[in-house]
Every structure is written in structure tokens, then in C-alpha cells.
Write a protein that binds this ligand. Structure first.
Ligand code: HEM
Length: 455
């Protein structure tokens, strides 16, 4: 007798029946993250959803997350609804790709994120903050209210574009970025409205989407040509062009380069921006922690800009960002398709199962986090975090497909938090509950309007 299957017999994971799931549908559509959190609380660490022919599992134990993302990562791929929707814009870039093809691409792109290369972020992030400060200072003092969500998007896009492509291509960024935003908007509205007509129906929205894809293709091609004219450096495009010259167009076609560029713009822009937005929100709700951040920034920086060399001294600032990523992980959903049966928490999930790992629910697991709802940046102090299960904290995923832009994001965020905190205090413009909108990333619904006070 196969022991695993005997075990299965006793370890049936909990979950809603198909009828219950149908009843939950309005809630799932309205508040998917809340529903996942409720499921984990209600049914436990492995929740089974039976819908149609495929079984889906919410995996909420860090041991199982480690198996899926790291130890058995070869037994899973990204052929899931989530990644297939994204692939309509990004094509087969790193984020949506799996297997051998993914590994080859990852090796090509990795040098663009090497530590020494990431030094380029520093001046761009500082400049972007300085121009934001100038813009906000120009607002009338008594009514300095900004939509932080929008402002952080703008800021992070500037840093990402310049950081990835180099400042000499800055003037080429605008059409590319606009087309990426239309593409993202289309994916988001698809998430809101799964009954939308397929792309080949000539609705206005579909036409806009197809035009945006065309603009994207042309913009990337334009940037590649311009990079070749200006000469190669060590930026992302140069790395891709050099790899193409070495390996030939059959191995690395133009289309693949386009897909990687679009992927990085999408993966690296909204994620950083929303994490920063939530950081400002959390600080506004926790004055004591905010004061601690101000004290650190004032004493370490003494009025100077936060250069790379000093970032390691801004530990509390860093921990504020880590804690914001814990409570509001921008990538709130990580999905995989099982290529073969696998044992999780003593239960064998079948081949083809959809596996869902939600950093949002994992980061609130009461067995792994004390007072999980509390904003406590000190939980990331070295003494405390060293004892943490590493797969209970997965804002950047884990294993070989760990976010390639993790250090990019962390450096940028630390500079932005420190630079802006030197000058402003952020408070909610209206003291009303902020709701989450779980789309491509986890964002505050309707933006986040905050009042800036000069410190
Ligand atoms: C706070 C900011 C960020 C968060 C929370 C975040 C989160 C994540 C997560 C959770 C994954 C793993 C997805 C999975 O395994 O299914 C991932 C992968 C990825 N991220 Fe990020 N990310 C951030 C910033 C960035 C930046 C700045 C870039 C690029 C400049 C980037 C590019 C990517 C790429 C290309 C992948 C796919 C990696 C691979 O599969 O090899 N991310 N990110």
C-alpha cells in the first residue's frame, strides 16, 4: 500500500464545498485578500477549493511554501490564471516564464542587478525626491494635500526607467511608460470584470489595449536602436544587446528582449510605489514609530542626502519598509501549477493543481508572528528576525525565482523614505478607513490623500 495515499485518507484538507464557494463568490470578487485571510483562519494551513475540474489549494504554512518555491521548484510552473493574464502584456518575460527557458533568461539578466551596478540608483532616487519636494513645496502651505499613491507611482517610475535604461535614454521613456500603464490598466480591469469580451471584439477598451501593445513594441524597438547608436554601457538594454550579439538572434530574438523590458517595467514600478505608499500610511497611524524614524533620519543624515554609503546606518528606516512589506505585501499572490503530485503538510496535492501562496496571509500567521496586526518595525531587528522562519516572510517570493529586483527596491525605498522624511510629515487628509484594492498589486482603494506638513 502506498503510504502517501493512506496518509491522504486521514489528512483531508478543509475548504468550502463547491456550493459554498459559489456563495462566497461576491466576497471573493469584492475583497479577494480578505477572503484568503478568512479562509486561512477558518480552514487552516492547507485550504482546498474545488471549482470546476481543477483543484486549487491555498498553502499557508512556511514549510510548504519553502517546498514549492525552493526545494521542489522544478515540480511547478507558472501556467496559472494570474501569470497568463500578465503574459498578455509582458509576453514570456522572466516573471511569467518557467523551466529551462526561464533559467537561461535569468542568467542573462542577473548582471543588470549586480550590487555594484545598483549604485546607479542613488543619484536617480535622490534627484526624483528632490524634484518631488520642489513640486510639493510649490503647493499652497495651508492646502498641501497630495495623492501619495499617484505621487509614489510617478517617482518610482522615474527611478526605475533611469536606473534600468540610463539617463541618456530618459527622453525615450514617456511613450513606453504610457503604453505600459494602459496595458496594466487593461489587466486590472480584467481582474475586476472576468466577463469582459475577449480582445478580438473591437470594443473601445480592447482597441486601446491593442494600440498600447503596438506602442510598447515600437517604443522598445526605438530604445534599442537608440542604445546601439549611443553606444553600449552596463545598463539593462546594453546587457541584453550584448547577449544577443554573442548568442545570435535565434537564441535571443528581439521579441524576447521586448518581453524582458516590459516585464521589468511592470514588475519594478507599481510594487515599489505601493509599498512606499503603505509605509506613509502606516507611519501616519503610528506616531511613536514615525518619531523614531524622524530621529534616526535627523541624527544619521544631519541634513545631508542619504547616499549609498550611509544606508546601512539607517536601520530603523529599513525596518519600517520591511514591516510595511509584511503588512501590505504588494505582490499579495504567488501562484504555481503543480506538474506532478507533491506532499504538502502531509497531504498529496495532485498534478495540475493550482497552488496559491499569499504573502498577505503568511505574514499574518499567528504561529509565526506575535501580534501580527501590529505595526512593529523592530521585529526586523537582527536579534529578533534571526529566529524567524524565513519562508514566513516572503514579500519578494523565495527560492531560485526570488525577485530579481529585491535589492533595487530596498535601496530605492530606503532613500525615498529617508529623503522625504527629512522634509515632511505625512498625515491622512481625512481620518477615514483606508480600504485595500487587490489588483496586480495591493493598493489603497481610490488612492491615498495625505496632508504634508513641513517638519
Ligand atoms: C517592493 C518591491 C517589489 C516586490 C514586493 C516584488 C515582489 C516580487 C515577488 C513576490 C516575486 C516572485 C513572484 C513568484 O515567485 O511568482 C517577484 C519576482 C520578480 N520581480 Fe519583483 N518585486 C519588487 C520589486 C521589483 C523590482 C524593482 C524589479 C525590477 C526592477 C522586479 C522584478 C521582478 C522580476 C523580473 C521577477 C521575476 C523573477 C524570476 O522569476 O526570475 N521586482 N517580485
Amino acid at each position: 500500500m502506498n503510504f502517501d495515499h493512506a496518509y491522504n485518507f486521514f489528512m483531508i484538507p478543509n475548504g468550502p464545498t463547491p456550493l459554498e464557494l459559489l456563495k462566497h463568490l461576491p466576497r471573493i470578487q469584492k475583497d479577494p485578500v480578505g477572503y484568503l485571510a478568512w479562509s486561512a483562519n477558518n480552514y487552516g494551513d492547507l485550504v482546498k477549493y474545488r471549482a470546476g475540474t481543477v483543484d486549487a489549494f491555498l498553502v499557508n504554512h512556511p514549510d510548504s511554501a519553502r517546498l514549492i518555491l525552493r526545494d521542489h521548484h522544478n515540480q511547478y510552473n507558472k501556467d496559472t490564471i494570474q501569470y497568463n493574464a500578465l503574459a498578455r502584456v509582458t509576453g514570456k518575460g522572466l516573471l511569467t516564464n518557467s523551466g529551462e527557458h526561464w533559467l537561461k533568461q535569468r542568467r542573462i539578466i542577473q548582471p543588470a542587478f549586480a550590487r555594484q551596478r545598483l549604485a546607479v540608483i542613488e543619484p536617480y532616487a535622490i534627484q526624483a525626491c528632490q524634484s518631488a519636494i520642489r513640486r510639493w513645496m510649490a503647493l499652497p502651505k495651508e492646502n498641501r494635500v497630495i495623492d501619495v499613491d499617484r505621487e509614489m507611482m510617478y517617482l518610482s517610475l522615474e527611478v526605475l526607467g533611469l536606473g534600468l535604461f540610463g539617463s541618456d535614454l530618459g527622453d525615450q521613456l514617456k511613450p513606453l511608460v504610457e503604453a505600459v500603464l494602459v496595458g496594466l490598466d487593461y489587466i486590472m480591469s480584467g481582474a475586476r470584470n472576468p466577463l469582459r469580451l475577449p480582445t478580438f471584439f473591437p470594443t473601445q477598451r480592447n482597441r486601446r489595449f491593442l494600440n498600447a501593445l503596438k506602442t510598447l513594441d515600437e517604443a522598445v524597438e526605438g530604445m534599442l536602436n537608440r542604445r546601439k547608436q549611443l553606444g553600449l554601457g552596463d545598463d539593462l538594454l546594453s546587457i541584453l544587446i550584448r547577449a544577443q550579439e554573442e548568442q545570435g538572434k535565434e537564441t535571443l530574438p528581439d521579441r524576447q528582449i521586448r518581453d524582458e523590458v516590459v516585464t521589468l517595467l511592470i514588475a519594478g514600478h507599481e510594487t515599489v510605489a505601493t509599498a512606499l505608499t503603505w509605509s506613509w500610511y502606516l507611519l501616519s497611524q503610528n506616531p511613536e514609530q514615525r518619531q523614531q524614524l524622524f530621529s534616526e533620519v535627523d541624527s544619521v543624515l544631519n541634513g545631508n542626502a542619504p547616499g549609498l554609503d550611509i544606508l546601512q546606518e539607517l536601520t530603523y528606516t529599513f525596518n519600517v519598509f520591511q514591516e510595511a512589506l509584511r503588512l501590505y505585501p504588494p505582490a499579495w499572490l504567488i501562484t504555481r501549477k503543480a506538474l506532478q503530485p507533491d506532499d504538502l503538510s502531509g497531504y498529496t496535492i495532485p498534478a495540475d493543481a493550482l497552488v496559491i501562496i499569499s504573502p498577505y496571509t503568511m505574514h499574518r500567521h499567528p504561529d509565526f508572528w506575535q501580534l501580527p496586526e501590529r505595526f512593529d518595525p523592530n521585529r526586523f531587528s537582527a536579534e529578533r528576525f534571526n529566529h524567524q522562519h524565513k519562508f514566513a516572510y516572503i514579500p519578494f517570493g523565495g527560492g531560485p525565482a526570488l525577485c530579481i529586483g529585491k535589492n533595487f527596491a530596498l535601496i530605492e525605498a530606503q532613500i525615498v523614505l529617508a529623503s522625504l522624511s527629512q522634509v515632511f510629515q505625512f498625515d491622512l487628509a481625512k481620518q477615514e478607513p483606508v480600504q485595500m484594492d487587490a489588483l496586480v498589486t495591493l493598493r489603497p482603494r481610490g488612492g491615498l490623500h495625505m496632508r504634508l506638513t513641513e517638519r
